[in-house]
Design a protein around this ligand. Structure first.
Ligand SMILES: [Zn+2]
Length: 256
């Protein structure tokens, strides 16, 4: 009986068919693709510039369940790029500020705010059972922790990074494509505040959300084994092939 109830909850309602009608029209996606999004659970790690825009578009698209993970509170200097936080939210925990806006945008999406710092100790527990994880972190130390947890749990990890007007995106399928530790053998060093315009994380996050939608619904070609670089000064996109490191400390063991 429970299985039947769960199945019914995964099916599209009349409201869904209206709301998502324009994307359901897309060849290769259709109602089946929409149902797959509804059955999905995405973890957005970090509710800064990347995480806000990614969560916004994933909520628009009708992902069934979104977990938001962040340990910071909204500051005035966030407002040039973190589009789910407004002036009246300054001082509030970002996960709650973001969850409130997402609920207003699409009340049919289940949003779970988690006010926690991602650590070696808790990372696997935070992402367990997720369909995929979107990287909205602002530092590589946290990204490496998430990358390792995603490889351990076998969960796809969609990496995005920004600096100034430059950005990068890749989709990592554990033990099938290069992981973050294969790509960056050493932890990239960066201290303190770095320059960033709001448009850069918005663009990169929308590319991450695009990857998430395709991966979950099962169509299109993914940025697997490839890094897409964006140069906002010249408006050039560059696609580079990535290779797995056979000696990678993270994804080497248990190779398939
Ligand atoms: Zn690796």
């Amino acid at each position: 009986m429970q299985a039947f109830k769960d199945k019914c909850e995964d099916m599209l309602t009349n409201d869904d068919l209206i709301r998502y009608g324009r994307q359901i029209l897309y060849t290769g996606f259709g109602e089946e693709g929409q149902e797959r999004l509804k059955q999905s659970h995405v973890v957005v790690a970090g509710l800064g510039g990347l995480g806000c825009s990614a969560a916004l578009y994933l909520t628009c698209a009708g992902i069934g369940h979104i977990t938001l993970v962040d340990c910071d509170r909204v500051e005035p200097s966030n407002l040039n790029r973190q589009v789910l936080h407004y002036e009246q939210d300054i001082g509030e925990r970002k996960v709650f500020s973001a969850a409130r806006k997402l609920a207003q945008l699409n009340s049919s999406v289940e949003v779970t705010p988690v006010f926690k710092k991602v650590t070696e100790r808790n990372a696997r527990g935070l992402i367990k059972g997720a369909s995929l994880v979107v990287d909205g972190m602002d530092n590589f130390r946290a990204r490496f922790i998430l990358n390792k947890a995603c490889v351990s749990e076998g969960i796809p990890f969609i990496h995005g990074g920004v600096h100034g007007l430059f950005g990068e995106v890749t989709t990592i399928l554990p033990r099938r494509t290069p992981c973050l530790a294969c790509i960056f053998p050493e932890l990239p060093q960066r201290r303190g505040a770095f320059p960033v315009f709001g448009v850069t994380p918005a663009l990169v996050a929308v590319l991450q959300a695009t990857e998430a939608i395709k991966l979950l619904a099962g169509f299109g070609r993914l940025l697997t084994g490839k890094m897409l670089y964006f140069n906002g000064e010249t408006m050039e996109f560059t696609l580079c092939n990535l290779v797995r490191n056979p000696n990678c400390q993270v994804c080497r063991t248990g190779e398939v």
